[in-house]
Ligand binder design. Structure first.
Ligand code: FES
Length: 204
């Protein structure tokens, strides 16, 4: 019987076994892939609220009766937070009554409404609901303060709160979020001239 020639042990690693360098390279690839997915997820998450809120389009807020059914305090002046469009919807005559103390209840303000954009015109922070003490909107980021009608009274903001165009369609308020109306210029005082130093505030 003939003997097969033998060449001894073949140097190098066995076929199918990964080198340390190969392993590290693969792990680096996996790490980069995970980071990419996280970055993508973060970006989508950042943009998603805008898509959901429908900013840029026309949104129906509702009839006065529907808004009051949702938030009865709207009839006595408390701004209605319409979160889909990130705005405060104001029943203007009732809001004035809330500030001057007349406590007027207005169940149908007609066209005397205001849709104030909650994005602060300073650096874009979201403006919180009306401050109970001052009855002003007060941005907690850098302390800009606006009356209930959005006129600027204090802080670094360059103007009053921006707003959206509103129209009444078959009795319901429809806000056009593609049309942002720039806030009133600094120094505008059509209502509530109270001195900022004379009243308590929510923001410093
Ligand atoms: S972002 Fe509102 S005061 Fe600066």
């Amino acid at each position: 019987m003939s003997q097969l020639p033998t060449y001894g042990e073949v140097p190098g690693r066995p076929i199918g076994e990964m080198s340390r360098r190969g392993f590290m390279r693969r792990m680096l690839g996996v790490g980069v892939a995970i980071l990419s997915v996280e970055f993508l997820a973060g970006t989508v998450n950042f943009l998603w609220p805008n898509v959901r809120s429908g900013l840029g389009g026309r949104l129906t807020i509702g009839t006065p009766a529907e808004i009051i059914a949702n938030d009865p305090a709207w009839a006595t002046g408390t701004p209605f937070a319409f979160n889909r469009a990130r705005l405060f919807f104001l029943n203007v005559p009732a809001a004035k009554g809330l500030v001057d103390g007349s406590g007027a209840s207005v169940t149908d303000p007609g066209e005397e409404v205001l849709a104030l954009y909650r994005k602060c015109p300073h650096l874009g922070c979201q403006i919180p609901p009306l401050c109970d003490q001052s009855k002003w909107f007060e941005c907690l980021c850098h302390g800009s303060k606006y009356t209930i009608l959005g006129e600027k009274r204090a802080g670094p903001a360059p103007r009053g709160m921006d707003s959206f165009a509103v129209e009444v369609v078959e009795g319901a308020y429809v806000v056009d979020t593609s049309r942002i109306v720039g806030g009133p210029p600094e120094g505008t005082v059509t209502f509530d001239p109270r001195d900022t130093a004379a009243i308590p505030h929510c923001a410093g």
